[in-house]
Structure formats: structure tokens, C-alpha cells
Design a protein around this ligand. Structure first.
Ligand SMILES: Cc1cc2nc3c(=O)[nH]c(=O)nc-3n(C[C@H](O)[C@H](O)[C@H](O)COP(=O)(O)OP(=O)(O)OC[C@H]3O[C@@H](n4cnc5c(N)ncnc54)[C@H](O)[C@@H]3O)c2cc1C
Length: 439
């Protein structure tokens, strides 16, 4: 009875918001769910329905031996409304969980509207009252006024508006005969791997970049971004020397083969502790995927490179979570204010929804006077949580779920996958038990 008197505010009726609202209501907690549509639209949403999928209708794979499959399995165990609805409105799409987008969003909306513990309030939230338990789940296209308030709460340098993603290369596919380690002025540093180009190669590379096919920007992806972080093809278009004075500058990088500075250099930075992946420094790009494959293979060290993640640039409001979000998803300095969904730096429909579940559980723990114990990083949900709250680098970029961010088990390569799956299962079950004990 006591729980019912208390109402939690949730801002945003997208994938994370509906999950959080449903989870709290299913545990007896009243919710005021604020959604600004249809009175005010984001630049991508087209309807007033909750949980509208703004682009693809695929929620990716369900195979429990993949990271995406594990995440879905964990969410189902927590009673995910998004996964339940997706399975109900599924359309044939091979191994992927694709949905009839209208039926999916209509079903979600009906479930929320018919829940007597949830009041759906069709209003734009412009302010956050730090005294009221609140989950902010306003997504990658958060309204400007709320973004301004968030920026005030976190400091303006902690809120980003664009993703500028550089490609990531599989370390095993690099031709090390054409590369050498060393950061600028520090040849002994092994965090950077340098891929030199001679003058002819550099000039053909620049020429191809300028001519290459690009992904078309959406109407709302205006030029504001480009002042802060330019795509390499735009830099290339400003003059043949521009890249050599920008991300490909060779200053301070001496080739140990001859002691000289290369004409131009592509720097790769170690992406993780394992050192099995490298990020192409400053290589955010809007080139299409086939063009990225073709043009980056012109760099001698990368001629057979396997690209694990392609470069991209798109509008995305997200917080510098490692600096401002705690592992219970509350905001540092605001113990009643929680944040979930894409705005905390996860990427993808299902990933966003999963953090709505975590935020709901975390608020539930707080209301019950308990501290929230996050799942460990060998589970899919725990890995996402660890990624967004403990990302070690200085330029945080959103991530989807993948085995690269899950804790690597100590096991020989040949049975590592099996060990990983077993560890995930044991850890997740243990965490679920700890939740039911504390309920
Ligand atoms: C253009 C675009 C395309 C994408 N395509 C894909 C894709 O194909 N596949 C994929 O997996 N992921 C995709 N994503 C990424 C991401 O998975 C989705 O954006 C996902 O919907 C995020 O879930 P969310 O709950 O965090 O935010 P959303 O689903 O966007 O929900 C946020 C809700 O908050 C509301 N809102 C915003 N501000 C306020 C306010 N001040 N007051 C009240 N309500 C407010 C919005 O109207 C919206 O309904 C895409 C993102 C964008 C921007």
C-alpha cells in the first residue's frame, strides 16, 4: 500500500521509458509517464504512439549464443514488455527479430494506457525537479528545452549532440610489415600503431576520398556538427594538404625503418585492454560502407583489414555518462534523478530498452531503502552498464551490445565461447536471485 502512494516520473514514452514504466507498475509503483508527442514531434518520429521505431523494424538477432541474443534472454527474464510485444508482433526476417512496426507500437501503447498504475501525460517536460524520483528517458532526440536543462544540471561540456564514430579495425587483420608503434614524440608508446603513406599513395587516397559515395544526411542533421568534428572526406575536400595538417599529420612520428617522418600517417589507437582492436584516430566519416572498405584498403597496412565497426556520423543527444552517471543509473549530485535509454550512451532499440529495466529496478531499490546491486560485467546487461559508467578513455562514444564489451573469460580460445555463455548464465541467475531476495 505504501508503494502505491508514491509516483515516479518518467520522461519519454520511447523504448526505455515504456520498459521502466511497465516494470515499476508491475511491482506496484505508480508512474506518471510524460510523452510530448503528438503535441510536439522529434525530427524522426512520425506518430503519437509509444515505443515508435524511428528507422529499421529489426530488433536484431535472438540466438542466445550471440551478445544480442543474450541481452534479449536477460530482458525476458526480467519481464520485458518490449521483448514480449516484439515476439507478439514479429514478422518473418530469418534469424532477426523484426516486427510489424505499427502493430508493435500500437500494442505497447495499449498496454501502457490500460495499466491503471500508469498515468500517460502528453506533455513536453522542460524542467526536472530533483526532489521527485524521476527517470529521464527522452532519447537521442531529446527536446531542446529539456536538453538545455540537462546541460545546466551536468555542465554543458557533458552533453553531446552528435556521434562521430571512427572505424574500428580487427588487430589480427593489420599488415604489421607496413606499420610501426609509437605515439607522437614517444616512440616507445605501444598504444598507437602508425600506418604511413608515401606521397603518391597519400594523394590518390585524398582523391578517392573526395570522389567517394557518402551516406546522405537527414534533414535534421544540420551543419552544426561540422564545426566541431569534421568527417575526413570534408577535410580532404578543403585541399590536398588538409589531411596532412589534420588527422594524418606525421609530426613527431619517426619511422624506425629510416628515422624519417612519413609523408602522411594514419594513426590507430588501441581500442581495448586486450589490444585486439584498433580505432582509426580522427577518421569519423559519412562514406558508405563499401566505400570505407575500398578506400581504407588503399592504406598499405590496412590493405586486408577487417573493419569491425564502420565509421559514421549522426545526430544523437547523449551524456558523458562515465563522468556523470553512477552504476545505479542515477545522476551524480542528483540521487533522485535517473537516466535511461540511448541518452546515456547505449546504441540500439533493445539496448535502450534494457537500460529502462535497469533504471526501473534501481528506482525500486531506492524506494525500498535498499542499495541497487548491478549485474556483473560477464552478463550482457552488466556489460552495457559497465561500458557507460566506466569507459576509460577521454572521448566517450555510444556502443551497442557486443562480446567486446563483455568481460572476457579466462579460457583457451577454442572453448572461450562456451565458458563465456556458462559464466553469463551463472552470474545472471545469481543476480536474479539477489533481486527476488530483496523484493
Ligand atoms: C534517426 C535515428 C534512427 C535510428 N535507427 C535505429 C535503428 O534502425 N535500429 C536501432 O536499433 N536503433 C536505432 N536508433 C537508435 C536508438 O535505438 C533509438 O533511437 C531508440 O528509439 C532509443 O530509445 P529511447 O527510449 O532512448 O528513445 P526514444 O525511443 O527516442 O524515446 C524517447 C521519447 O522521449 C520523447 N521526448 C523527448 N523529449 C521529451 C520531453 N522534453 N518531454 C517529453 N517527452 C520527450 C520523444 O518524443 C520519444 O518518444 C536510431 C536513432 C535515431 C535518432
Amino acid at each position: 500500500m505504501k508503494k502505491r502512494a508514491l509516483k515516479v516520473r518518467i520522461v519519454g514514452g520511447g523504448l526505455a521509458g515504456v520498459e521502466a514504466a511497465h516494470l515499476l507498475a508491475s511491482r506496484g509503483v505508480g508512474v506518471d509517464l510524460f510523452e510530448m508527442r503528438p503535441a510536439r514531434f522529434t525530427p524522426a518520429h512520425k506518430t503519437g504512439l509509444l515505443g515508435e521505431l524511428v528507422c529499421s523494424n529489426s530488433l536484431k538477432g535472438t540466438d542466445p549464443e550471440t551478445a544480442h541474443g543474450l541481452l534479449k534472454k536477460e530482458m525476458q527474464a526480467l519481464g520485458s514488455l518490449v521483448i514480449e510485444t516484439a515476439l507478439k508482433t514479429r514478422v518473418p526476417a530469418g534469424k532477426a527479430l523484426a516486427v510489424d512496426r505499427e502493430a508493435f507500437a500500437e500494442n505497447l501503447t495499449r498496454r501502457i494506457e490500460s495499466n491503471e498504475l500508469i498515468s500517460l501525460i502528453r506533455e513536453e517536460v522542460e524542467d526536472i525537479d530533483p526532489e521527485i524520483p524521476t527517470i529521464i528517458a527522452s532519447g537521442p532526440l531529446t527536446s531542446d528545452r529539456l536538453a538545455a536543462r540537462l546541460s545546466e544540471m551536468t555542465g554543458s561540456s557533458r552533453l553531446f549532440f552528435y556521434d562521430a564514430i571512427s572505424p574500428i579495425i580487427d588487430a589480427g587483420s593489420i599488415d604489421y610489415g607496413h606499420a610501426f608503434f609509437g605515439s607522437r614524440w614517444a616512440p616507445e608508446n605501444t598504444d598507437y600503431l602508425n600506418c604511413p603513406l608515401d606521397r603518391d599513395r597519400y594523394e590518390s587516397f585524398v582523391h578517392e576520398l573526395i570522389e567517394a559515395d557518402r551516406v546522405k544526411a537527414r534533414d535534421f542533421e544540420d551543419a552544426r556538427f561540422f564545426d566541431a568534428c569534421l568527417p575526413i572526406e570534408v577535410i580532404a575536400g578543403r585541399g590536398i594538404e588538409s589531411l596532412r595538417f589534420g588527422p594524418m599529420r606525421p609530426v613527431g612520428i619517426h619511422d624506425p625503418k629510416n628515422g624519417r617522418l612519413p609523408y602522411a600517417v594514419v594513426q590507430l589507437r588501441r581500442e581495448n585492454l586486450k589490444g585486439d582492436a584498433y580505432n582509426m584516430v580522427g577518421f569519423q566519416t559519412r562514406l558508405t560502407i563499401p566505400e570505407q572498405k575500398r578506400i581504407f584498403s588503399m592504406i598499405p597496412a590496412l590493405r586486408s583489414a577487417a573493419i569491425l565497426r564502420y565509421g559514421s556520423i549522426h545526430r544523437n543527444t547523449f551524456l558523458d555518462s562515465p563522468r556523470i552517471i553512477k552504476d545505479d543509473l542515477s545522476m551524480r549530485g542528483y540521487p533522485n534523478v535517473y537516466v535511461a535509454g540511448q541518452i546515456i550512451g547505449v546504441e540500439g532499440y533493445v539496448e535502450s530498452a534494457s537500460t529502462g529495466l535497469i533504471a526501473g529496478l534501481s528506482v525500486l531499490a531506492r524506494l525500498g531503502g535498499r542499495s541497487f546491486i548491478p549485474p556483473s560485467a560477464d552478463t550482457a546487461m552488466g556489460a552495457l552498464l559497465q561500458y557507460i559508467t566506466r569507459f576509460p578513455g577521454d572521448r566517450f562514444q555510444p556502443s551497442n551490445i557486443n562480446f567486446g564489451i563483455m568481460e572476457e573469460p579466462e579460457a583457451p580460445k577454442r572453448n572461450r565461447k562456451q565458458v563465456r555463455l556458462e559464466k553469463e548464465s551463472v552470474s545472471f541467475d545469481r543476480w536474479m536471485k539477489s533481486l527476488s531476495l530483496s523484493d
